[in-house]
Design a protein around this ligand. Structure first.
Ligand SMILES: [Zn+2]
Length: 239
């Protein structure tokens, strides 16, 4: 079955990720489409990605990557970016992370919560060996879907001060292979490339290729379909 368009009956989205640059590996193209249509989108990052730069100590990498994430967000029309300050690389799916995510969901009061694919592995058609998803991505995604329910429940985390939020209509989880829903991002490819390119210092360390070239390759890989269309795919769950 071809993917269905994403529902439109929401006004504010909260995109939740483990690390700076996770959102820019695909989802940012959809964010650009949404903000251009007048939706409000905010970002929530569990960590500052401080363990992500070889040769750069965490105390330098953290602020640098936070700054790059804020610039990336601005390119696609996102002004609010919050960091929860969990330690990069050792996210654990459990009550501590759920509580902090639930607290943030209560503060931001989104109707749509978006997060990246968090299955253990993924296998694009015809590709072998397959890919293992990072431990942080697995833990974060599981906690995001649980935290939507926690945010609505007054008893699970009574220490949270913001009132319960029961307004999440949908949870959208990134899906690269055969997504049930999609956002047409044909008009947002250049913005997505520019957004990922803001992770300049990070990408410069990853490869000798020019940053814009690396960014274009990633955006192409994460948005191009076999018939040459551009889309970002999601699997939707009720909030
Ligand atoms: Zn990541």
């Amino acid at each position: 079955m071809p993917p269905a368009p994403m529902p439109d009956d929401w006004q504010r989205a909260l995109v939740v990720a483990a690390h700076p640059d996770d959102i820019e590996y695909g989802i940012a193209a959809a964010v650009a489409v949404w903000t251009a249509a007048g939706k409000e989108v905010r970002y929530l990052l569990a960590t500052r990605g401080e363990a992500g730069m070889a040769g750069v100590p965490p105390e330098q990498a953290g602020p640098l990557r936070e700054d790059e994430e804020r610039r990336s967000a601005a390119v696609v029309g996102v002004r609010e970016v919050e960091f929860l300050d969990h330690r990069d690389g050792v996210l654990v799916a459990g009550p501590e992370l759920r509580r902090d995510l639930a607290g943030a969901i209560r503060r931001h009061r989104p109707e749509l919560v978006v997060t990246g694919y968090f299955g253990a592995t993924w296998t694009p058609p015809g590709v072998t060996p397959a890919y293992v998803n990072s431990a942080d991505h697995r833990a974060l995604g599981q906690c995001v879907v649980d935290a939507v329910a926690d945010a609505a429940n007054e008893w699970i985390f009574p220490e949270l001060t913001a009132p319960p939020w029961r307004g999440v209509q949908y949870i959208a989880v990134g899906e690269l292979v055969d997504p049930p829903h999609e956002v047409d991002v044909s008009a947002a490819v250049e913005q997505a490339v520019a957004s990922l390119s803001e992770h300049r210092r990070y990408l410069e360390l990853l490869s000798d290729a020019p940053v814009e070239e690396q960014a274009r390759q990633v955006v192409d890989m994460s948005t191009m379909t076999e018939d040459g269309r551009r889309r970002v795919g999601f699997r939707l769950f009720w909030g």
